[in-house]
Design a protein around this ligand. Structure first.
Ligand SMILES: NC(=O)c1ccc[n+]([C@@H]2O[C@H](COP(=O)([O-])OP(=O)(O)OC[C@H]3O[C@@H](n4cnc5c(N)ncnc54)[C@H](OP(=O)(O)O)[C@@H]3O)[C@@H](O)[C@H]2O)c1
Length: 245
């Protein structure tokens, strides 16, 4: 595919769901991918599926800023440069605030907000030096709305959009592109990160009824990357056709 073939793409949260499916689509389009997540066995299985020449894997916890820097440096030393960083790792521990699940709030902020910031901090010097690069940061429909029971998750996803828009404005001089992708319900392992009793069941039912395949997200990524270098796709918001809110 035009403008995708030969690109080096680093993906956080690539062991399942949107990240894994996007890796498949990118390799099929001729890109090379560097996959990060904590479950190294899953990454290794994906690398075996996609072919060793196209894939490098790295055990990564995005809450650790040193590991995120090492992940991006690993991409550059393995393939010579990095063209696209997809800050995708995320969790969705939904629960009403009065359940006071404070550890989950901490974790959601650490993974969904700080993980994205560490990804930006790690890749920016490389992108600035090469005067090109592309950040794709994963927000959500919950980055545009808030509902009862998702305040903390929605706050993290709003933060991803705000940070990405600030980044967009600041990196013009370096020819760097920034894309926010905000999906609705997509069939992945994400509902498993909802642990609150009484909440998890409802979310699982919602996803079972509505969720569309992860290939939807991969197509958005390929669309953004495949545009010519003078076109910066800043934001994509999409939902299953049947999803109301
Ligand atoms: N699916 C949807 O409906 C939907 C909708 C809107 C937005 N999103 C967003 O899409 C992104 C991907 O989620 P998904 O739907 O593909 O869910 P998923 O299947 O649960 O994948 C989440 C990925 O994030 C990784 N991850 C979680 N914590 C991590 C950490 N501390 N360090 C490194 N990696 C970590 C997981 O890998 P390990 O556990 O192996 O580390 C996994 O690869 C998330 O940001 C999510 O908020 C999803």
């Amino acid at each position: 595919m035009e403008n995708v073939s030969g690109k080096i793409v680093a993906i956080t949260g690539a062991s399942s769901g949107l990240g894994a499916e996007t890796a498949r689509q990118l390799v099929a389009a001729g890109a090379k991918v560097v996959l990060g997540a904590r479950r190294l066995d899953r990454l290794q299985a994906l690398a075996d599926e996609l072919g060793a020449a196209n894939v490098a894997v790295f055990a990564l916890d995005v809450t650790d800023r040193d590991q995120v820097r090492a992940f991006i440096d690993f991409a550059v030393t393995t393939f010579g440069r990095v063209d696209v960083v997809i800050n995708n790792a995320g969790i969705m521990p939904l629960a009403p605030l009065d359940m006071a699940r404070l550890d989950e709030w901490d974790q959601a902020i650490d993974v969904n907000i700080k993980g994205v910031l560490w990804g930006i901090a790690a890749a920016l010097p490389h992108f600035q030096a090469q005067k090109s690069g592309h950040f794709i940061n994963v927000s959500s429909v919950a980055g545009h709305t808030v509902r009862q029971g998702n305040a903390v998750y929605a706050a993290t996803k709003h933060a991803v959009r705000v940070i990405s828009e600030g980044l967009r404005q600041e990196v013009k001089a370096y020819n760097i592109r920034t894309t926010i992708i905000s999906p609705g319900a997509v069939d992945t392992e994400l509902p498993a990160s909802v642990k609150a009793p009484g909440v998890a069941e409802g979310i699982a039912g919602f996803y079972e009824k509505l969720a569309i395949p992860a290939s939807s997200f991969g197509r958005c990524v390929l669309f953004a990357i495949s545009q010519p270098a003078d076109m910066d796709v800043n934001e994509i918001l999409y939902r299953p056709t049947a999803q109301e809110g």
